[in-house]
Design a protein around this ligand. Structure first.
Ligand code: PLP
Length: 473
């Protein structure tokens, strides 16, 4: 019964992925069909397994937005590589609950997290947990930092908690991903105690400005508890300086969390390794295997140099869940918010890493960097384009030159929209130094130089069309 449908599904997957480069990067779904997906009632009687495949083939797959297509440059999501695809299917069949008790996939997760920590350059004490992505990892990190900080002050619990919690203050590069501020809100740090620190001319956190902000807040009686650096900022791919931030954190009693959702594995790449000096001394790091490693979404990770406070933050007990023998390792649910957790992340990450091997991971990262260099060269060589920012992580932020429009930001937004609608390539806009510009990220192992040429052709054609049919024409 199941066999025929599974074989058919596998054949469809091979065909779908094989044809991907020839299909549109994006094809918006007509509003009527979208409404049908939202509003369709449940039949009283069920259907056949075959209908699932037909439904996906007809109603879902023809309307993609990108991720996976080699000419998709908008978001930092890599395509699903075969190892992860196979692993997710197998793990779904096993359906292990990777939160409590013991099972093989939980140990595989522990081992895979250790491998990730090694690749990131963290010390051998490091542990952690897989998450749905970088946003969740940043949330776990801030909760852990708070527990660590308040425990050391003796106010993690009890009457002093409210007094101290009301003074906790968080620092980060103003270029940090919005999930950092969102995580702060989730743990009850209000906006007026967030300190986005202005970045330097290369969009990196400025340690002098950080120090000044911390000193001023301490003088005002606030409690600086954590600084978040970013390894690979979302907008421009900048890497914040690690060593001066760790030194400041040590001297002022703060936790140093590095958001390496995109660029956490940079220490593996010889060309970037100098920027990762001191990475072993951060207290925690976010890494997103679904950004650079081609693990299917969503697979993120929080790595913690000394996992004790991660466990303290999340080791809530329930009488119906009895931990095992005294020597049992901490349950993974004691390192995160989730109790019932999927084994798909662990097996998909393990399979991807073991399929590539360490050298393969480094080569994959280098592939993105080489492509980004080529894209930036092509932009610089074009008389109609100007490179605005980008790097060292593989991204190019650029703008159209020689336009007479009074509102270049609106022009770039329209051009990106035209490129997206044409469906042959897909890029985004981003705000860099208060200007809205075009942005292309490289994180697809199937992207080649010809896709870069296609992207730039599409951008220039869209600009020409915009000129020929201005928006108010
Ligand atoms: N941190 C950084 C630096 C990011 O670029 C992103 C997403 O692009 C995130 C965190 C959030 O990651 P996720 O989308 O996996 O939640």
């Amino acid at each position: 019964m199941l066999r025929d449908e599974l074989v058919a599904a596998a054949e469809w997957v091979c065909q779908y992925l094989g044809q991907l480069p020839e299909t549109p990067v994006s094809r918006p779904m007509p509003a009527r069909r979208r409404a049908r997906l939202r509003d369709a009632p449940l039949d009283r009687t069920g259907g056949e397994l075959w209908q699932i495949l037909d439904f996906v083939r007809e109603e879902i797959a023809p309307f993609p937005t990108g991720n996976g297509h080699p000419a998709f440059f908008a978001w930092i999501n890599s395509p699903p590589a075969p190892a992860g695809l196979i692993a997710e299917l197998l793990a779904s069949a096993i359906n292990a609950t990777c939160g409590m008790g013991e099972n093989a996939l939980m140990d595989l997760e522990r081992g895979t997290v250790r491998t990730l920590a090694d690749l990131a350059g963290l010390p051998s004490t490091a542990g952690g947990v897989l998450t749905s992505g970088g946003s969740m990892a940043n949330l776990l990190a801030l909760a852990t930092a708070r527990t660590w900080f308040l425990t050391r002050r003796g106010s993690a619990d009890g009457p002093a908690y409210d007094r101290d919690h009301a003074r906790l203050t968080l620092y980060y590069n103003a270029q940090a991903h919005m999930s950092v501020a969102k995580a702060a809100a989730c743990i009850g740090i209000p906006a007026h105690r967030l300190r986005p620190i202005p970045s330097d001319t290369q969009h990196r956190l400025d340690p002098a400005a950080l120090r000044a902000a911390v000193t001023a807040d301490q003088a005002a009686g606030l409690l600086p508890f954590c600084t978040v650096t970013t390894l690979g900022t979302t907008a421009t791919g900048a890497v914040d300086p690690l060593e001066p931030v760790t030194a400041l954190c040590r001297s002022t009693g703060m936790w140093h969390h590095a958001d390496g959702a995109w660029g956490g594995l940079g220490a593996m790449v010889p060309a970037l390794a100098h920027l990762y000096q001191g990475v072993a001394d951060v207290d925690s790091m976010t890494v997103d295997p679904h950004k650079t490693l081609s693990v299917p979404v969503g697979c993120g990770a929080l790595l913690v140099t000394d996992p004790e406070y991660l466990h303290t933050a999340f080791s809530h007990r329930a009488s119906y869940l009895t931990p095992g023998e005294p020597d049992t390792l901490p349950w993974l649910s004691h390192s995160t918010i989730e109790l019932t957790r999927p084994g798909t992340r662990a097996l998909a990450l393990w399979a991807t890493l073991h399929h590539l091997g360490g050298d393969g991971v480094a080569a994959l990262l280098q592939h993105y960097l080489t492509l980004a260099d080529r894209l930036r060269e092509k932009i610089t060589a074009s008389p109609r384009l100007e490179l605005v920012a980008g790097g060292p992580w593989p991204v190019a932020c650029f703008r159209l030159t020689g336009t007479t429009t009074p509102d270049p930001g609106a022009l770039h937004t329209r051009v990106a929209r035209r490129v997206q609608t044409a469906g042959r390539a897909y890029l985004a806009t981003v705000t860099v130094d208060d200007r809205t510009v075009l942005r292309a990220c490289l994180c697809n192992y199937r992207t080649h130089e010809s896709d870069l040429d296609l992207l730039l052709r599409e951008v220039l054609q869209a600009a020409d069309s915009d000129c020929a049919e201005p928006p108010d024409a």
